[in-house]
Design a protein around this ligand. Structure first.
Ligand code: NAP
Ligand code: MG
Length: 503
């Protein structure tokens, strides 16, 4: 059994209380690791280490190019250890080894490389037009906030840790990160990489422990200058309240109920793939999953047949087997949530056309109660609870529509606005619809294509601000305007001299 300690001030340490908690492998419901359980005291210790590293240490004084070199070294070292990270990711969270190998670890590496590039290439200072009155030169500087914190969820632990750490450090901040309690291991393992890459002590600290104490301290501490959170909308609201005490800039990536619109001119082969991948990738435990497929009535039956045929061929099994398309959900509790929603769906719209139960015939070593079949409900009114609420499981609602305007109206009829898709062979028409969708990302003839150089985030209750892209880098910086007077006589010196000629 692994033994994971907290990473504070450049060292692995036990929790001050000496307490630990067990993290499980959801596939087998067996203990995976004993993890040091931070308390508020440990969170404070980590924040103070980051504060010291920022106020007194070399990191914020280094040039962007120097920081970029260090972060590229981090990326190299992760790549060199990618099999180890992929295995931890799959075991601790239940996602497939295929997803961990081809999406999670490269996704984390990509974030470190992208933000390294931002540190090296984005200007730290930009001249602005000289002012004629009052005569002056002017420039704008981009500076680190100071200490940033990040609280992250269990669905993509490694990528989420990378998205919170890489931009913060690239911009010259020092950071404290809290992984989710179900999946703390891969984030904590990063400590070794930071040690090997010679990131100075305190620049990055990783503390596992309960959201209600450790997470709250990270979001509320007066020593913290900016906070970022990914997870449920409910906890996002709480983070905002906590951050408001010291008016901290706050980035939130929250829930979603994204619409994937299939137009009557879509290539159905591609559209079916985009809908299935968009919904069932990682069992739908993805905030931007396209869990509402809006399908034109003229192709509705044909597409549903394709979806059902292909969904039932997806291989559910041991996440450590490269042949598995779907592993378990993150916990039995998450399966129970899915079961509650499927029961609600049966009451609201009737029997699903596929799935609707746990899979049969899994090997004995697997925990049958942690798996669930891809499930599709058809003829779902958008007002149904299963179409409005985030389920975070393998459940697709297929909703019919008859005109483009109606499709846009249904897509936008949601408290969320994270992402969406349009499937069509007419790109101009598809982009016209994409531009009318009130969401942060739209994929045309595709889905889930998030890359580190493009901004990601939500409209409406899906969040505030953007991660990734240049936008996500700038989110980790303060903006300062410096005005330098070029006046040589007192008379033209102060712009208010007309009001206060005597001073
Ligand atoms: P969550 O409760 O929002 O947890 C996310 C993170 O916040 C975890 O690290 C959690 O710590 C921490 N946390 C919990 N309460 C906190 C508090 N009061 N103050 C500060 N931090 C706190 O999400 P979840 O339990 O993982 O999943 C619940 C639902 O959230 C899902 O069913 C899904 O709908 C949604 N979700 C969305 C995303 C997304 O990417 N948008 C990701 C995951 C889940 P602990 O792990 O210690 O509780
Ligand atoms: Mg676990």
């Amino acid at each position: 059994m692994a033994d994971q300690k907290l990473f504070i001030d450049g060292e692995y340490v036990d929790a001050a209380s000496g307490e630990t908690f067990t993290t499980y492998e959801p596939a087998t419901n067996t203990p995976y690791a004993e993890v040091a359980k931070a308390s508020r005291e440990d969170a404070e210790r980590a924040i103070k280490a980051a504060r010291r590293a920022f106020d007194e240490g070399p990191w914020p004084k280094m040039s962007g190019a120097e920081r970029a070199e260090k972060l590229n070294k981090v990326a190299d070292l992760i790549e060199a250890n990618s099999a180890k990270f992929a295995e931890a990711e799959a075991r601790d969270g239940g996602g497939t080894i295929k997803k961990a190998t081809f999406a999670d670890i490269p996704g984390g590496v990509g974030a470190f490389r992208w933000f390294a590039r931002c540190a090296a290439e984005q200007p730290e200072q930009v001249d602005r037009e000289p002012n004629p009155f009052p005569p002056s030169t002017n420039y704008v500087r981009y500076e680190p906030h100071g200490v940033t914190t990040g609280v992250i969820p269990w669905n993509f632990p490694f990528i989420m840790a990378s998205w919170k750490i890489a931009p913060s450090l690239a911009a010259g901040n020092c950071a404290v990160i809290k992984p989710a309690s179900y999946t703390s291991v891969s984030a904590l393992m990063l400590g070794e990489i930071f040690q090997e890459a010679d990131i100075p002590p305190g620049v990055i600290n990783i503390v596992a422990g309960p959201g209600g104490t450790v997470g709250e301290e990270l979001a509320s501490s007066p020593l913290v200058d900016k906070t970022a959170f990914t997870g449920s909308t409910e906890v996002g609201r709480r983070i905002m309240q906590l951050a408001s005490g010291t008016v901290k800039p706050t980035t939130l990536e929250l829930g979603g109920k994204s619409a994937n619109i299939v137009l009557d001119d879509a290539n159905l082969d591609i559209a079916a793939a985009a809908v299935l991948f968009g919904t069932f990738f990682h069992n739908g435990q993805v905030c931007e999953s396209g869990t509402r497929a809006l399908v034109h009535e003229s192709i509705y039956d044909e597409l549903v047949d394709l979806l059902v045929e292909r969904a039932s061929k997806m291989v559910i099994g041991d996440p450590l087997d490269f042949a598995s398309d779907l592993g378990p959900l993150v916990s039995r509790g998450q399966v129970e949530t899915v079961e509650r929603y499927v029961k609600l769906g049966r009451d609201e719209v009737g029997e699903p056309v596929c799935g609707g139960s746990r899979p049969e015939g899994l090997p004995d070593n697997l925990d049958h109660e942690a798996f669930y079949k891809p499930t599709i409900f058809t003829q779902v009114p958008n007002s149904a609870k299963i179409a409005q609420e985030e389920i975070f499981g393998p459940v697709l609602c297929v909703i019919p529509f008859s005109t483009d305007d109606e499709a846009v109206a249904i897509a936008n009829d949601s408290i969320y606005g994270l992402a969406g898709g349009v499937q069509s062979t007419n790109i101009e028409r598809a982009q016209g619809i994409a531009n009318r969708m009130r969401t942060g990302t739209v994929w045309i003839n595709d889905y889930h294509m998030i890359t580190p150089d493009k901004p990601f985030g939500g409209y409406k209750q899906s969040g505030i601000g953007r991660e990734l892209g240049v936008e996500g880098y700038r989110a980790y910086q303060q903006v300062k305007h410096v005005h330098t007077s070029t006046s040589t006589t007192k008379e033209e010196y102060l712009q208010f001299s007309a009001l206060s000629g005597e001073i």
